[in-house]
Design a protein around this ligand. Structure first.
Ligand SMILES: [Zn+2]
Length: 99
């Protein structure tokens, strides 16, 4: 299968018009997701993006403890996003009272 147009979880910088920024590292987010960390090569903007793991795609390496992307602030955000994801999963369970 070669029709995956984003095999490396590339994302676009929201701070400057740079596309195809590849993740520097990623944290696992539960069994089905990752939080990828990016650093824009042009403006040094850093951000994270949550992805559902796509089978066959290479998962970026785990961040090092001193990674500038996954600092304490971002790590807190990751935990928040993971909590939101869990809550969504919880809320999306079928409602037994629904017709
Ligand atoms: Zn940028």
């Amino acid at each position: 299968m070669n029709d995956d147009h984003n095999p490396l979880y590339a994302d676009a910088c929201e701070n400057c018009p740079t596309y195809d920024v590849f993740p520097e590292s990623a944290l696992r987010d539960g069994a089905e997701g990752i939080i990828a960390g990016y650093r824009c090569p042009n403006c040094r903007h850093v951000w994270t993006c949550g992805w559902r793991i796509v089978p066959g795609r290479a998962i970026p390496p785990e961040p090092t403890p001193d990674s500038p992307i996954f600092n304490r602030h971002v790590t807190a955000r990751i935990h928040e996003q993971a909590a939101i994801a869990r809550a969504r999963k919880h809320l999306s369970r079928p409602d037994p009272d629904a017709a």
